[in-house]
Design a protein around this ligand. Structure first.
Ligand SMILES: [Mn+2]
Length: 347
């Protein structure tokens, strides 16, 4: 069932040895979590308790903004503890899922030793790290890696966990439409058979607050097209999740092949890149963020990053950000047009 058919069992064994025995395990995701990292953390917690772990805690910096992701936590009973309420000394093992230690999207301070990392964001080789790691960039979702582990360990997968893993794979691969592999498809089909479909329907169609619709309005008013690149500067946002959410939504606009959306949150520019035809969204996100003192990454068609700044330099850094993505996408000279302004649809 995997690219490592013979070695998967060995890997899972190695993972097991790296996290046990443990009195208390912290399972940490990236800040402002998405369905893939939540499902992965949920799956790892389940696997560890199957192996006899006494106490596991799922945590992340930031908070969950998207209505779907909040519904996921609620309907699937995924219990989490905010990172700021944790004492790291209470844990004898730390596992990172869907992220990598030292990256800008993880709250864990560099230098705190971790015991295992399961991720799909970084290109290898990653030899000689002092912790267990299974990092496969060619895999579309960390949930796929976790599904493989659960299967290899012959750990029963309850309906709610299958629903989470399915949703994690579905969202990270755009429903098998981007950045995906045969292993993702295999796990997706596997979880489809076990999951609770009516629960997923509830998760995917949550009630939304007024702020969400106001944000759509704001995004439409601010969207500028530089040729086929759509740029959406949202300005200050109350949740960084809006940035990815508006990028996803407005990226479906006809004649747009690349979308860059950004928002300001706690002295950081958060930005997302979506690409329909090019396969360098993640690399470009990393390049843009690194050049401005931040961090970023992603996959072929989906990328994201964040750039910290001093309050006094907000306007400056924003204009450097615009220059930087314009240079990256070779549109330095392109003229911007507000394409969604005005309304000629009234009868
Ligand atoms: Mn992921």
């Amino acid at each position: 069932m995997t690219r490592f058919p013979e070695s998967l069992a060995r890997r899972v064994d190695e993972f097991k040895r790296s996290v046990s025995p443990s009195a208390s395990t912290l399972i940490l995701t990236h800040d402002y979590p998405d369905p893939d990292c939540m499902a992965s953390a949920y799956g790892v917690a389940h696997l560890l308790s199957f192996w006899g772990a006494q106490h596991t805690v799922i945590s992340f910096g930031g908070f969950i903004g998207r209505a779907e992701n909040r519904a996921m936590i609620r309907f699937l009973n995924i219990r989490t503890v905010p990172y700021m309420l944790l004492e790291l000394k209470d844990f004898d093992r730390i596992v990172l899922v869907d992220c990598f230690p030292g990256r800008s999207n993880v709250s864990l301070p560099a230098g705190i030793p971790v015991h295992a990392v399961l991720d799909h964001h970084i290109a290898g080789p990653l030899a000689n790290l002092p912790f267990f790691h299974d990092v496969r960039q060619e895999i579309g979702a960390a949930s796929t890696i976790i599904t493989q582990y659960l299967r290899a360990a012959q750990c029963p997968i309850p309906e709610k966990l299958a629903t989470a893993l399915f949703y994690g794979i579905k969202t990270d691969t755009g429903d098998m439409g981007r950045d995906t592999s045969s292993e993702d498809l295999e796990c997706y089909k596997d979880m489809f058979e076990i999951m609770d479909h009516s629960l997923l329907a509830k998760i995917e169609n949550p009630d939304r607050d007024v702020a969400f619709f106001k944000m759509i309005h704001r995004a439409a008013q601010s969207m500028i097209a530089f040729g086929s690149l759509g740029y959406i500067p949202l300005g200050p946002v109350v949740s960084p999740d809006y940035v990815a959410e508006m990028a996803d939504l407005f990226h479906s606009l006809e004649k747009i092949d690349t979308t860059v959306c950004c928002g300001i949150f706690k002295k950081n520019i958060f930005f997302s890149i979506r690409a329909k035809n090019r396969d360098e969204a993640g690399n470009n996100a990393e390049k843009i963020a690194l050049a401005l003192g931040g961090g970023g990454g992603g996959h072929g068609k989906v990328g994201a990053g964040r750039i910290p700044f001093d309050k006094a330099h907000e306007a400056e850094i924003l204009s450097s950000f615009v220059d930087s993505f314009k240079a990256t996408f070779n549109i330095a000279g392109a003229e911007g047009v507000y394409i969604l302004e005005g309304d000629n649809t009234k009868g």
